[in-house]
Design a protein around this ligand. Structure first.
Ligand code: AMP
Ligand code: MG
Length: 393
């Protein structure tokens, strides 16, 4: 049995980014930038008004003085107006600042009479002018290679006039569930049978990272059937197999993988839940054998599959871990295991409490959780302690 860290490093060492591609910016959410992007257009691109009001010259703005309004500059095309001493120009938010003006006075601070205004406030140079490049300078980096494209970064790229972006490759995936007891929806259960929940879990987790799940099949615990299924499934970047990786005589995944010529780089990891986890390669396909218990499948997906998929998608190293936050523990959490135990629970308002039973079959408790607490082997955390939890939601 190897440690979590050893397994993680072996998996990442066997995983390379796929070739980059250009896609529509609107399709790029949660993809990873394939190159650095630098601003060609500063933001703002021209000095413009932050308010609806009047463009003025500060030196004219004594409180008792009137200014002649000589024109209007709405947002849009620059009318190339210019003001001289004693003049003002009606201006609107986002409109280019006319030549000669060095401040904008809000319309709320002005009294309008005919074509003249008087100003009822003190005016400083630069008031309500958004200067060219004050937000983003020309040449400044907007996005780094390997960074996840969050919606706000996509909007910043759109403000450069881009409609496409270079991102890492799209992962193709297969999901195979195993087990004679596992049946699909629509069939009524006979005693001893359970519905397949792992296929939904794993397909949805993959789809959440924009992987293209091209193959999903169930195999009974029959070596020939499983070999055929794995052969068809291995024509993808990743293959997730649920169940059948443990040591029982019905656990046929290892031998079926050997039969299709796969190598096995990791089998059995000191992690709870998830000890029987397996990783190997079938040709170019990265094969993950996830223990069938739903919580084991989930935890090993987050810890081992997710970082590998992100690496294939071109994610930088700092994008691979789950987001860790400090939480106030509301109850004692005891691990008498010889392996680090990932406790499922709920983080809410900075407080973490466990959700339901903590055995690896306990899907309902998992369904109430949004975070994991890693408790090292033989360790107790006390109520009131501050701990780091990993958010997966
Ligand atoms: P295994 O890893 O095949 O030994 O299965 C461990 C446990 O997970 C058993 O109780 C299985 O019934 C259960 N299990 C296996 N596959 C699934 C699945 N697709 N959905 C839900 N539970 C499963
Ligand atoms: Mg099984």
């Amino acid at each position: 049995m190897i440690t979590e860290e050893q397994a993680y490093h072996r998996i990442l060492a066997a995983t390379n980014p796929l070739s980059a591609r250009r896609i529509a910016l609107t399709d790029a959410a949660n993809c990873f930038a394939a190159e650095d992007s630098f601003a060609k257009t500063p933001l703002p691109n021209f000095d413009n008004s932050a308010m609806d009001g009047y463009a003025v010259r500060v030196s004219d703005c004594a409180r008792d003085k009137s200014l002649e309004v000589i024109g209007e500059q709405p947002a849009g095309v620059d009318r190339q107006l210019r003001i001289s001493s004693g003049e003002a120009i009606r201006i609107f938010t986002g409109a280019p600042i006319p030549d000669g003006a060095d401040a904008v006075v809000m319309q709320e601070d002005v009294t309008l009479g005919g074509s003249e205004i008087s100003i009822n406030t003190d005016v400083q140079s630069g008031d309500f002018i958004r200067r060219r490049g004050c937000d983003l300078a020309e040449g400044q980096k907007i996005v780094s290679k390997g960074q996840r494209l969050r919606v706000t970064a996509m909007a910043a790229l759109a403000a450069q006039g881009l409609s496409e972006v270079a991102v890492g490759g799209r992962v193709t995936a297969a999901v195979v569930s195993t087990g004679d007891e596992v049946v699909q929806p629509g069939v009524s259960l006979r005693r001893g049978e359970i519905y397949d929940s792992n296929t939904v879990l794993l397909k949805t987790l993959l789809a959440g990272w924009d992987a293209e799940v091209r193959f999903a099949e169930h195999s009974p615990d029959d070596e020939q059937a499983l070999i055929g299924c794995l052969r068809r499934a291995a024509d993808n970047n990743v293959l997730l197999i649920s169940g059948g990786v443990s040591v029982g005589q019905h656990d046929l995944v290892k031998s079926a993988l050997a039969a299709i010529g796969a190598t096995i780089d990791v089998w059995r990891v000191a992690i709870k839940p998830g000890k029987p986890f397996l990783f190997g390669k079938a040709g170019a396909c990265h094969v993950f054998g996830l223990p069938g218990n739903p919580v084991s499948s989930f935890v090993t997906f987050l810890k081992f599959v997710r970082p590998a998929v992100l690496r294939m998608m071109g994610a930088a190293d700092n994008e691979l871990p789950l987001r860790a936050v400090t939480a106030h523990l509301t109850e004692d959490v005891v691990s008498d295991s010889d392996r680090p135990h990932y406790i499922r629970g709920r983080l809410c308002d900075g407080k973490f409490n466990t959700s339901g039973r903590q055995e690896s079959h306990a899907l309902f408790g998992l369904s109430q959780s949004n975070a994991l607490l890693r408790v090292p082997a033989q360790t107790t955390f006390r109520a009131g302690e501050f701990v780091q939890v990993e958010l997966w939601d």
